[in-house]
Ligand binder design. Structure first.
Ligand code: ATP
Length: 437
């Protein structure tokens, strides 16, 4: 190999036993088929950085499809794209391993000398985006744990540089602009000077704007799933990327404020909320669009080919904030049940966005209380209990439960006994048989 380093110790220290074991098995399986397996990409990068990364990408020198079929015969679930000779194996855990085939036919590269890498791996790595993502770890018995680094990724990682592999990288694939900014910010790397220059000309030269709406959508979605999206949003602004992608967009300090609050609130509240992942990115998008004209906002929705459901969430977030502020405002005390009623049917992600977007403290507080506590409140009694109290089956039961929820939200009842008493007192005539079972 051009640049070798023995990572055996590092792998033992930093990877779980289960991961090491899995890598060994993948390597052995490849060898049993006269192929070679390498761990590549983000997994290798993150191992060297000491960051956990459970996404395992494997490149097979040989026939990746035959490799996956061999696992299938062993009883593992695999999904194979014959055409691209890529796919995925699902290991217990569940743990997914992505498999790709290094380009050339494997008979060109017999496993005669395992210490000499054939250039099919080199080709595969050269197609990647940045030097730090273009390293591999050999998984064979004899070359186990050897870092394969043709393009100086290890050195760049040590120096903290993010660097493209060649000058046409962004031209070949402008989505790498997003990837560059995302990795730079997440891994706290510094984009190397030439890479900055190439990225800038890709943006200024209009290449970014040639990307299809669906590809932009997918990149924006991934960007907004970062734990801290704000630095990447700002960096894209520095490069003028937002303006090129979405002409007329006004991204300013207000955007930053809303995004920052959204991140803080999500971190603080996510344990109190059902999973929001599917719509979280949409409300980050709402933060990005917040300061722009409605015409621009609508054109972004069109450009990204949002589904009707996504449009609904985004439109509600953007266009109903004013109405929500009216509903939730008011100087005096507002009962929790009133707030809950006003927010019935509003997706929780939208409530989170409104809490971040409003400048009215009182409204923000009410929204946050709704998100942390009130949205989860249910009466202790169930429909069955109401029937057991002697009430007749029918719409009345639902009405009683609704009223009971209001009573509970507003603090009129605490215990189960109090709920029973409250129902009997509030609906006395309606229960012909009040004998309790
Ligand atoms: P993340 O942690 O964000 O998932 P990653 O680097 O693991 O980052 P993946 O999208 O899982 O990213 O991609 C795996 C690997 O595939 C990368 O490390 C990189 O080598 C390569 N890759 C992904 N997308 C591209 C691209 N657009 N151009 C070139 N190589 C890419």
């Amino acid at each position: 190999y051009p640049w070798q380093e023995d990572l055996t110790d590092l792998m033992v220290r930093r990877l779980s036993e289960e991961t090491n074991d899995l890598l060994r098995r993948l390597g052995r399986m490849a060898e049993s088929l006269s192929m070679r397996a390498y761990a590549v990409g983000g997994f290798v990068r993150d191992l060297l950085l000491g960051r956990t990364n459970l996404d395992l990408d494997i490149v097979i020198e040989g026939d990746g499809v035959a490799f996956m079929k061999a696992w299938e015969r062993e009883g593992y679930r695999v999904s194979v794209h014959e055409r691209f000779r890529t796919g995925m194996i699902v290991f217990p855990g569940p743990r997914k391993v992505d498999v790709a085939t290094a380009r050339r036919e494997f008979y060109e590269f017999p496993v005669a000398q395992p210490t000499v890498a054939s250039d099919s791996l080199k080709h595969d790595l050269y197609r990647r985006d940045f030097t730090v993502n273009a390293m591999a770890i050999a998984l064979g018995e004899r070359d186990w744990g050897t870092l394969v680094d043709y393009f100086g990724g290890r050195r760049d990682l040590r120096r903290g540089f993010l660097k493209v592999l060649h000058n046409l990288s962004f031209v070949e694939d402008p989505t790498r602009v997003f990837r560059a900014v995302r990795l730079e910010q997440r891994l706290k790397l510094k984009m190397e000077e030439n890479t900055v220059r190439l990225l800038t000309s890709c943006v200024r030269g209009g290449l970014l704007s040639l990307l299809s709406g669906l590809r932009v959508k997918s990149e924006v979605e991934i960007l907004f799933h970062e734990a801290l999206p704000l630095p990447a949003i700002r960096r894209l602004r520095e490069f003028g990327a937002w303006e090129v992608l979405f002409p007329g967009l006004a991204v300013d300090s207000r955007t930053d404020r809303v995004v920052r609050r959204l991140t803080v609130f999500f971190r603080r509240l996510h344990r109190d909320l059902p999973p929001l992942e599917a719509s979280l990115w949409l409300v980050y998008l709402a933060s990005l669009l917040f300061g722009s004209d409605e015409a621009v906002q609508r054109s972004v929705m069109d450009r990204l080919h949002l589904t009707p459901a996504e449009r609904h969430v985004l439109s509600l977030a953007l266009f109903s904030l004013g109405a929500a502020e009216n509903d939730l405002g008011g100087r005096g005390e507002r009962r929790p049940s009133e707030i809950c009623r006003a927010l019935t049917g509003v997706p929780l992600a939208v409530c989170l966005f409104w809490a971040a977007a409003t400048e009215r403290q009182r409204i923000r507080r009410r929204l946050l209380l709704f998100l942390t506590r009130w949205h989860k409140v249910r009466p202790m009694l169930t429909g069955r209990d109401i029937l057991d109290l002697g009430y007749r089956r029918g719409p009345l039961v639902g009405k009683i439960l609704d009223a009971l929820l209001t009573a509970r939200l507003d603090g009129s009842v605490e215990t189960r006994e109090e709920e029973i008493q409250w129902v009997l007192d509030t609906y006395p005539g309606a229960a012909p048989d009040t004998e309790r079972k």
